[in-house]
Structure formats: C-alpha cells, structure tokens
Design a protein around this ligand. Structure first.
Ligand SMILES: [Cu+2]
Length: 674
C-alpha cells in the first residue's frame, strides 16, 4: 500500500482538511515496511522477482500470479511493538513454461528458501495472457467470418473480453490454460457497450500459447436495438437533486499513520492492500477504559462465486470466482469523490504486484470516512416528553470498489461506536445480458427467451445468477481462545394460570470444525456466537461476538454439478475452522480452472476440535439475483450485509457517552405527564 494520502481540495473552502500534514509527511518519505503486516513494498516485490531470476527460476517470459506477504506468526505480531524488528517473507506463484511453481523467499535476507512445482495448479489470469488471448481471437479468421455472417466488421467498435473458463469434464482445452471469450459491439452509443453482446459467438483460447482452440458460432440473434438510452436521463432524475455531503467542521475523528494504521474513536486496526482480497483488515481492537480488547485478528474477502443459470454453452461456463481468478485488489477502481465516497474522505492509493515482477498503483482505490447516519444512536424522552436525551449515530466506513467485468462491487467495512462491525457488499454496474428476439412478453419467442432469465429491456434478457461473497473472519472474541455457540430461540410450553407458551433460549456448543447451517427445528431463528473460552465480563459472562445476518442464501445447485463442485463453500452460510496460517482462501489457493473446492471442505475434513481454540469463521453473504427491468441500463446498488455485534462482551453500552451535549428541554404546557 502506498501511504500517500491524496487529500482532495474539491471542497477546501468548506472542509477542514483531514491530516494534511500526514499527507505531506508520508508523501516525502520512501515507502518502507513499518509494521509486520504491511504489504510487500515495491522494492521488496522487485527484490523477490530479481532473486528468482538470479536463481534461474524465472526469466523474462515468466509471469507472477502472486508476490505476496507471508505473515509472521501470530504470536510475533501480537507481541510486536513499534521499533522492534520483524521478518519479511514472501510467497511467489510463478507460471513458467506451462508449469506452476511456488517459491518462498526470505526477502530481508534475499534467500530462496523453498521452490516447488505444483502440478495442475493454475494461478489467476494475468494481464499479458488476457491480452494475448483477446488479440489472438480478434484476429482469428473464424471469428472474422462469424462477424461477417452477422453483417459486422472487425474494428474499434467490436471488442472481446476474455473470461475465466470454469471447468467442465470432457470439453476441448481441458488441462490447458484456457479462457472463454464473448464479444460485444459498441457502435450504438446509446447503449452501455457490454449491453450489446454479439450473441452466439464464443472463443476458447489457450491464453498461454495464444492458440485459438475453438470458435463457437451458434445461433445468430440480431444485435439489440437501443431501447433505454445509456446517458439519457434516468427515470426519477427530475427534480434535480442539490448536492449533499458530510462536513467535519472541527476536523475528523479519524487518525491514520504508517502503511496503514487506522484509529477512530475506540477502534484501531491495520489495513493492507492485497491483489487478491482487495484489502486485508487486521488487529481489529476496541479500547474500553484504557483496556485494549481484541475483536478480530483479521477480516477479508476470501472468495466469490457468481454462477449463471443458463445452459447455453456461451453462458453455462460463467461460474466466476473473481477473487482467485482475477483479484479484487488488482481490479479495484479509483473512487470518485462526491459519488463513491464523500469528498471529505481520506483517499488512499493502493499498490499491487503486477504479473511481471513489478508493481502498479491505483490512485484513490480506498476511501475512509466517517458519517452521521441521520439516525439516533440512542435516545429517550423523559418527563412526559419534555426533556430529550440522545446522540446521533455515526459510523466509520472503509470502502473499495473492484470492477469485475460488468459488475462493480462496493465492499465496506463499517464500524460503530457501540462496538459493531458491519461488512456490506453492494452490487452495481450492469447485469450481464444476452440479445434475444423478444421485444416484450407478447413476442412469439418470449417464453423461450426468458426460460432462464428476465426480459429487462426490449430484445435484452439478463440470465438469472447467484452472487456469493465469502469473508474470512478470523475473529478473536476478547483473545484468541474461542468457542462457537449457537443460540436458538425455542418455543417452550409452560403451564401457568396466565401463559401457556413462550420462547426460551437453547445454547449449544459446536465441537468440531465444519459447515454450520441454520437448524430448521429452531423456527424462531438463531444467532451464532464466537465466545471467549477463558475470559469473563464484569457480570461473569463470556465475552462474545454475534455473527448476525438475515441473508442465509446458500447454493441450491446439485453438488455433482461441475460448477458447484468448485465452490463447496457456498453450501453453508458459515464454516468454522481452526486457524492455520496457510488456510486463507475458501475455494483454495488455485480456484482458476479448478475441478473441486480445495479450500474449506478440505480444511475441515479432519474435524478437529473447536473448543477453546483459535478459530476462523468463514461467512458467505449470498443472494440469488432475480434480474428485473429496474436493473437496466444501470443496476442501482443492491446491498447485503453481515453484522458482528458484541454480546456479553462489555458490561454496558459501549457507545453512549451521556456527555456529548445532545440534550434538549422541550417546553410544552399541555402534554401528558407520564
Ligand atoms: Cu447479479
């Protein structure tokens, strides 16, 4: 991560600029690692690549799928304090002459400690091969012939975008490093470009050799006409909205330091850029009366899965695992001040390793801001409503927005003064669409055209699909030794003169690693709770963190389906595993072109005890996307979230201060007195 903080001056006259001095300080300093969990610096990344070349393990044709930090052991990190030395180790994943290798390097000592081939493993798709595959396909005579059959000519208005190919037994190219390529027309400027697919054409290309293995030229559907103009006023754009923003007239409550430590009110944590996860949030702590208490060792996106539900060969392979196949950090986009984040945000540039042993920096890829939600944090009126006490709810938000083909995913970590953490994912951008013959649902082909998707505009169907986002939540409920509990709300019969039925709480303790699904017998619902195994709060209760989501969508695809077998993690909303330093990704280290999920299902197959251990909770936010006309031409941000709330953690409300001055006497003569 580059710690140059871009402090925008768009609203200089209005805003107190956050930490301008920090921006100047860090901009003038060379970027060096200052914390054991800091991302590898550009110099360290270059050192790794140079060492591998010197050791003849890499050459100019080698591509690097990853050059990433191997974190020091947890105990070392926990006991580290500023000024102490720390180790710097790197994992490099190389693609070299058709083979995949893993290298482990002591970066500080410039020593190659381990180097091994990983047979069958496929690193993520890299820029050079993506471009190679695209260019080879666009020049292939079979592709040009297929265009001509449709009255189209190659040129700047025709473009193709290689996709990850998934894995399907028996198909051509199996075992090779293939991508599958749909193409689009952008001749009609009244349409978003990727909303005009040239239906029926798909390339299968070996991205390593550039060989075009197959050109599918199936059905010919006329290009979609322009029904709802891209760039025209959207419905509801009138009346014109006056600009709104967030002001901090006395300066922000946020403090940033290093590469990057964040503190806000009682919270503190460390953030680093990661090519695959986007950002990794570590050492999440909440200080209470001067005592610093652990909430999480680490939190990050671990994998995504977006399978489409259309059996057409040009669609059925679309079973994307964007984190491991493309990289949420690598494809993060710059944030637009005033639209993506308030102009008063801290904007942070993020630096990632590229695929040739260097780095690139995405400017303003992370924003950090605080906001009043407009809601009361708490309030109470006393004296017949004549005196009102209350405080406004505020939140700290940390946001990145990777753009993965047609979708933009807003990924937020939100912290509240009450000790809550919300992890939110907003899907926006475009629905992926196919061109069809039906103009509306009265058209003769409408029933067939909409068997696997919705007509969202004339001649335009958006196939149904799912979105799953797995978060690796290495929670530490007041320390690392934890136990996972299920709190179920159970209807209970009582025989008293007044009541015959009420609900009581049933608490169970999970004994072994594995998937956790809602117990269908607990009709009243349930909460999962990561609880300290050794500590007690002032009331002698186990401090714990509730994992709470109203979204429990798991995959309903048959596990034998080739796509589903790669994403076993989507069969349960929550998995619990013992912490292992190399168990980081829900679908395994190599999900690109994978045949089955080598992540969570494998991590838990030895069913280790989870009582009083350092545990990792893996939570999937999932939803089935029933596409609709309101998604077109642009998808309004569609949010889903997980909440992690303290329960029995504190001795009282951690957020209320009772001294913030928000108290009002309301004179009223004739109100009720109760
Ligand atoms: Cu969707």
């Amino acid at each position: 991560m580059r710690t140059l903080l871009t402090v925008l001056c768009i609203a200089c006259s209005l805003l107190v600029l956050p930490h301008a001095s920090l921006a100047q300080d860090t901009a003038s300093k060379p970027y060096t690692a200052q914390h054991p969990l800091d991302a590898l610096t550009p110099e360290e990344i270059e050192t790794v690549a140079a060492l591998l070349r010197k050791e003849k393990k890499a050459d100019d044709a080698t591509l690097f799928g990853a050059i990433t930090l191997i974190e020091p052991p947890k105990e070392e990190v926990r006991h580290w304090s500023k000024g102490k030395p720390f180790g710097r180790n790197a994992l490099a994943i190389l693609r070299h002459k058709g083979k995949t290798f893993e290298a482990r390097i002591n970066v500080a000592a410039k020593i190659l400690q381990d180097f091994k081939e990983v047979p069958g493993a496929q690193p993520m798709i890299m820029d050079r091969e993506w471009l190679r595959a695209r260019d080879a396909f666009q020049q292939d005579p079979r592709f040009i012939g297929a265009l001509e059959k449709r009255g189209l000519k190659p040129g700047p208005d025709i473009f193709c975008t290689p996709n990850s190919a998934g894995w399907f037994p028996g198909e051509s190219g199996a075992g090779r490093r293939i991508v599958k390529i749909p193409c689009f027309s952008s001749t009609d400027k009244l349409h978003p470009a990727i909303a005009r697919p040239i239906e029926g054409i798909m390339g299968i290309v070996d991205s390593e050799s550039g060989e075009v293995l197959d050109v599918i030229d199936a059905q010919h559907v006329a290009l979609t006409a322009a029904p709802n103009g891209w760039g025209k006023s959207l419905p509801g754009a009138d009346p014109v909205m006056q600009p709104l923003d967030i002001l901090a007239p006395k300066g922000p409550n946020i403090a940033l330091s290093g590469n990057l430590n964040v503190s806000w009110l009682n919270w503190s944590f460390h953030v680093r850029a990661d090519k695959r996860a986007g950002i990794i949030v570590s050492l999440v702590r909440f200080s209470e009366n001067g005592q610093v208490r652990d909430m999480a060792y680490q939190m990050n996106v671990s994998e995504m899965f977006v399978p489409y539900m259309d059996p057409d060969p040009a669609w059925s392979y679309r079973t994307f695992m964007d984190a491991g196949e493309f990289g949420l950090g690598y494809l993060s986009s710059s944030l637009l001040p005033g639209a993506d984040c308030p102009v008063s945000s801290f904007f942070v540039d993020l630096t990632f390793p590229n695929d040739v042993g260097g780095t690139f920096t995405r400017e303003r890829a992370l924003c950090i801001f605080e906001r009043p939600t407009g809601d009361p944090a708490w309030r109470h009126a006393v004296g017949g409503g004549k005196t009102i006490h209350g405080e406004p709810q505020v939140e700290l938000v940390m946001r990145t927005i990777p753009t993965l083909g047609n979708y933009d995913y807003v990924i937020d970590y939100v912290f509240s003064p009450q000790g809550n953490i919300a992890i939110r994912v907003g899907a926006t951008g475009f629905d992926a669409v196919k061109s069809v013959a039906a103009q509306d649902m009265d058209s003769p082909s409408a029933a067939e055209d909409t068997r696997y998707g919705s007509l969202i505009a004339p001649f335009t169907v958006a196939p149904y699909h799912d979105h799953y986002f797995n978060f690796r939540l290495d929670l530490d409920a007041d320390g690392p030794d934890n136990t996972m509990l299920r709190n179920s709300f159970i209807e209970t019969a009582v025989d008293t003169p007044t009541r015959k039925s009420l609900w009581t709480l049933k608490t169970q303790r999970y004994a072994k690693e594995g998937p956790i699904s809602p117990d269908h017998e607990s009709a009243g619902g349930e909460l999962w709770r990561m609880a300290s195994a050794s500590r007690l709060n002032g009331l002698k209760q186990s401090p714990s963190l509730w994992i709470d989501s109203h979204v429990h969508e798991t995959s309903i695809i048959n596990p034998l389906d080739p796509a589903q077998s790669r994403a076993g993690f989507t069969t349960a909303p929550l998995w619990i595993s013992r912490y292992k330093p190399d168990e980081l990704w829900a679908a395994g280290l190599y999900p690109n072109l994978s045949q089955k999920d080598e992540g969570l299902p494998r991590f838990v197959e030895d069913s280790e005890s989870v009582i009083g251990q350092d545990l990792v909770a893996w939570y999937t936010i999932g939803f089935r996307h029933l596409t609709r006309p309101e998604d077109f031409p642009i998808l309004p941000t569609y949010w889903h979230e997980i909440k992690i709330r303290p329960a029995f953690f504190f001795d009282m409300d951690a957020g209320a201060t009772f001294n913030s001055g928000y108290q009002q006497q309301v004179p009223s003569e004739n109100g009720p007195e109760q």
